[in-house]
Design a protein around this ligand. Structure first.
Ligand code: ATP
Length: 299
């Protein structure tokens, strides 16, 4: 299956000569279809630049990419993509229904049933007759997402979709993003600087810092195991004595830093020494710790 997005040494510098600023170094990425892919990084990391490049809004300085299997962005490819870049600019005097009608008209779509389905999808059916000026930021953001969904895109590209939203708005956006992927098979690439958000909504993530890729993988793999192997055993002091420098006490047990395949031998060692093992599990690490340690390594 073709990837939703592949980049090959993709890079961008703004400005020329001695004043050139490298926003993106030379990025190699492959984003599979059918999931939520997060591009994570601190302010200025190059997230927006990456999304702008793959949408054809800015030209690469180096390398290239393929989006939905296509290596050049034209109207035909863009019809398969929905995008939300920067804060939505919506006419305050139109209602949500009128907004979608106008946008559909501009795009040559004539399918009022689709507009109603989109309003329903983004949870705006009941408020569809109200003027946008009366909307909360979260409702505006959902309407902008609705606009991006009108043409039934295979791929959605969302730049900081939770920017400016309050916690309930963030939660609504998260549910919407997951539903689009799980129920409608849309692929979503989103950028965010909110670690917790990315951990909750994304299946896979690329962490970038100063335009360079510092970590990439499934969120569950990135956070699993990295917190160590927790064992609750008795007598604990005897277990600690056997494991020596490999273990440290934590809560009512101990934590050992070992690779995943060393766990069975470790448990056998303890049981062989007549120690009762009540609990043994891998501790997960928050994405925040993965993020901060990859930032340290990239400095
Ligand atoms: P943020 O979360 O703050 O939006 P970001 O990760 O999206 O950050 P970019 O907006 O891609 O980062 O910016 C990456 C770097 O490129 C920054 O140093 C920024 O100042 C610079 N940059 C971005 N756009 C331009 C431009 N049009 N001209 C010059 N420099 C730019």
């Amino acid at each position: 299956m073709t990837a939703a997005l592949e980049t090959f040494g993709l890079g961008k510098s703004y400005g020329r000569g001695g004043r050139a600023v490298s926003a993106l170094g030379a990025l190699d990425l492959s984003v599979p279809k059918g999931l939520v892919y997060g591009v994570l990084g601190p302010n200025g990391a190059g997230k927006s630049t990456l999304l702008r490049l793959v949408l054809g809004l800015v030209k690469p300085s180096r390398g290239g990419f393929r989006l939905l299997g296509e290596s050049s962005i034209d109207a035909r490819v863009l019809r398969r993509i929905g995008a939300m870049i920067e804060a939505p600019s919506l006419y305050p005097f139109l209602t949500a229904r009128e907004t979608l009608r106008a946008l559909a008209h501009l795009s040559g779509l004539n399918d009022p049933a689709r507009e109603e389905a989109v309003l329903e999808r983004v949870g705006l059916s009941e408020a569809a007759h109200r003027r946008v000026r009366t909307y909360s930021m979260g409702m505006k953001q959902r309407l902008a997402l609705g606009a991006a969904l009108l043409a039934r895109p295979e791929l959605l590209i969302l730049d900081e979709p939770t920017n400016g939203l309050d916690p309930p708005g963030i939660q609504e956006m998260r549910v919407l993003v997951r539903e689009l992927v799980e129920k409608e098979g849309v692929t979503i690439i989103l950028s965010s600087h909110l670690l917790d958000e990315v951990q909750k909504v994304c299946d896979r993530v690329a962490i970038i810092n100063r335009g360079e890729l510092v970590s990439e993988g499934r969120v569950s793999d990135l956070i699993s195991g990295q917190g160590g192997f927790f064992i609750r055993a008795a007598p604990r002091e005897k277990a600690l004595a056997i494991l020596g420098a490999r273990a440290r006490p934590q809560d009512d047990g101990l934590v050992v830093d070992i690779p995943p395949d060393a766990a069975p031998a470790l448990i056998r060692e303890l049981v062989g020494a007549n120690i009762d093992v009540f609990e043994a599990r891998w501790l997960t690490q928050s994405l925040e710790r993965v993020f901060l340690s990859s930032m340290d390594q990239s400095q």
